[in-house]
Design a protein around this ligand. Structure first.
Ligand SMILES: CC(C)(COP(=O)(O)OP(=O)(O)OC[C@H]1O[C@@H](n2cnc3c(N)ncnc32)[C@H](O)[C@@H]1OP(=O)(O)O)[C@@H](O)C(=O)NCCC(=O)NCCS
Length: 151
């Protein structure tokens, strides 16, 4: 896997073209590819760190870290995506490790919470997340809450 160049920013520090690129990638994966009409640009976006990862100048991955108390009591990682061209080479895991590092640096001592698509349990569990809820439906897709503790 080629290591991407990561870039972190708050929403108000992103340029218009950068925001457009992020929303285009999120819509393309979570609405079009997953065939799921849902409110993608939401009230958490202004309260999050947005991370893009580039390989050879192309957008290869995206994730956001939402501030604690906004979506969940703890800082949370969401909108986890790799673009189709870059899937299956370890980038998803590497990007999550970078997001965990960033969230832990921002909020040391706090766990990280995620609302994971249930079929990705093993992907997140291998990164240290434990299931803390029963399965529930969000926008018609089975999800589980998971928590990563540090100690
Ligand atoms: C989930 C996603 C980010 C994984 O990215 P990726 O770059 O393909 O992941 P990696 O190559 O790092 O794979 C890491 C591990 O997860 C597993 N994995 C990846 N995608 C998976 C999937 N859709 N279902 C089950 N396991 C998966 C891989 O097999 C690999 O396991 P291994 O180490 O035992 O071989 C990517 O498939 C994606 O963007 N999916 C669409 C968006 C999405 O559903 N996001 C998650 C929302 S909770």
């Amino acid at each position: 896997m080629t290591t991407p160049t990561y870039h972190w920013a708050r929403l108000h520090d992103l340029t218009g073209p950068h925001v457009h690129e992020i929303l285009q990638a999120r819509e393309s994966v979570f609405i079009v590819e997953q065939n799921c009409p849902y409110q993608d640009a939401d009230d958490c976006d202004p309260h999050a760190w947005h991370m893009t990862g580039r390989i050879n100048g192309k957008l290869a991955c995206y994730v956001r870290v939402v501030d604690p108390g906004k979506k969940y009591p703890y800082p949370s990682i969401g909108r986890v995506l790799t673009t189709t061209e870059f899937r299956g080479s370890g980038l998803g895991r590497a990007m999550m490790q970078e997001a965990i590092r960033h969230a832990h640096q921002l909020y040391p001592g706090q766990p990280i919470q995620i609302g994971a698509q249930a079929h990705l349990y093993a992907f997140y569990n291998a990164l240290g997340f434990e299931q803390i809820s029963d399965e529930y439906l969000e926008d018609g897709i089975p999800h589980i809450l998971m928590l990563k503790q540090f100690n």
